[in-house]
Structures are given as C-alpha cells and as structure tokens.
Design a protein around this ligand. Structure first.
Ligand code: SAH
Length: 215
C-alpha cells in the first residue's frame, strides 16, 4: 500500500472488530502496525450457512462475494449429483471472501469450507440446523406452499442453512432424500427458474428479511 511510518489504516481480523492502526515501521518486505483505537465493534452475521454447488469460476466467485455481502456466516461448496466441478480453489475463494468483507465494511469474514459431497454432509448433519432447500421443482409455487413446516420461508428461529443446486438442478434421488428430512424446508423462489448465482442472492434476501438481521 506504499504507506510510510506515521500513516494510519483500518485493520480487522474477523474477531476483534475494526481498529485504527499506525504504521510504526515500513520496510520493503514487511512492517509493524500498532493498533491504536477500536473504530467499530465486531459485527457477526446471523447463524446462516450457504450451501451451493460450484459452477463456472466467475459465477462461483460471485456467489461467495454475494454471500459475504448478504451476511452469511459460513459458505460451503457442495458436490451434488449433477455438479460438474470436482475441485475448487479454496484459497482463492477465501481471498474473495476477505475482499468482499473489506469492500462492504464488514468486520467478519465467513469461512469458505472445503468442497464436500452433499450426501456426506447430510449424513452427519446436525438436525438442529434447518435447511432451506431452494428446489426448482417448486417453481411457480407460492412461498407458503413450498414448505412442510411453516407458513413462510425461514420463519423458525435458530441456525439455518440455504441450499442451492447446480445448473443441472437436483437429481431425483437427492430430491426425494432431502425432502423426507424433518429439518429440510423446501421453498420456491418464484415463477421463473433462476441461475444458481441469482438464486443464491434471492434466497439470502428472503431469509434475511424473514429471519435475519435486516429486521
Ligand atoms: N436446470 C434446472 C434449474 C437449476 S437452477 C432446471 O431447468 O430445472 C439452479 C438452482 O437454483 C436450483 O437447483 C435451485 O436451487 C435454484 N433455483 C432456481 N430457480 C428456482 C426457483 N424458481 N425456485 C426454487 N429454486 C430455484
């Protein structure tokens, strides 16, 4: 950043809020910053995870960036039956998350978890965390009818996760397994099929409005 001794910048580490820090030593390869005063407290997002099937690189980056801006606490790329990607660049996605937090004035950076098979994740899922499954099979259903156990999406307090499928959608086997689980609430995202990246933002908006820190 080409700063020299005496300069002041904002620092955050995801744990201690935001601080004004003074450059006390600036070298070519490193330097020393001293935190002087806290400028903002740590602002944690609600306990909401975003599970999504990675798609093309730029769109996957977009999903991670938007998840941070929208206030997800953890981002979990999952491999579903119809997911094409078998690898993700975790370090790259995590760097995107940091950048997005900086850009939107956040003081918390969600963890981007390693890619995992959705079926494995569900095997060990804590049933206390409800899943808002955005299922394209519900396209056109009113919101209130897509759910098994609540009048509107996300209207139950507690930890949640949003699940967005890949471009190819969910497989019949996945759909029937997920729908049978008591902690899964199926929802529609309106009368049009959305691309996965749009669906992620729409679902985060819906959940935040209903259950999150927008209220
Ligand atoms: N190829 C599929 C669409 C997949 S869209 C088809 O043509 O049916 C990618 C993901 O976005 C879906 O798996 C779902 O999680 C979400 N999605 C998109 N539109 C949706 C809608 N109208 N309702 C619920 N989920 C939707």
């Amino acid at each position: 950043m080409r700063m020299t001794a005496g300069g002041v910048l904002s620092l955050f580490n995801g744990k201690d809020g935001e601080w004004d820090a003074e450059v006390v030593e600036a070298g070519k390869r490193g330097g020393i910053l001293v935190c002087r005063a806290q400028t903002r407290p740590l602002q944690l997002p609600p306990d909401l995870w975003l599970l999504f099937a990675p798609i093309k690189k730029a769109r996957t980056d977009f999903i991670v960036e938007k998840a941070v801006e929208m206030g997800a606490a953890r981002v979990l790329p999952v491999q579903t039956d119809y997911t094409n990607a078998d690898r993700i660049r975790g370090d790259r996605l995590q760097a995107h998350a940091v950048e997005a937090a900086e850009q939107c004035g956040g003081t918390f950076v969600p963890e981007v978890a390693p890619l995992e098979r959705l079926s494995k994740l569900i095997d060990k899922w804590d049933p206390a965390r409800r899943i808002m499954m955005c299922d394209e099979a519900e396209v056109g259903q009113p919101l209130s009818q897509g759910s098994d156990n609540g009048p509107t999406v996300g209207a139950v307090e507690g930890p949640w996760a949003i699940l967005i499928g890949p471009e190819g959608g969910f497989s019949p086997a996945e759909r029937s397994r997920l729908r049978a689980l008591s902690f899964v609430q199926v929802t529609s995202l309106g009368p049009r099929i959305l691309r996965a990246d749009t669906a992620a933002v729409a679902a985060l908006t819906l959940w935040q409005l209903q259950n999150g820190d927008w209220r």
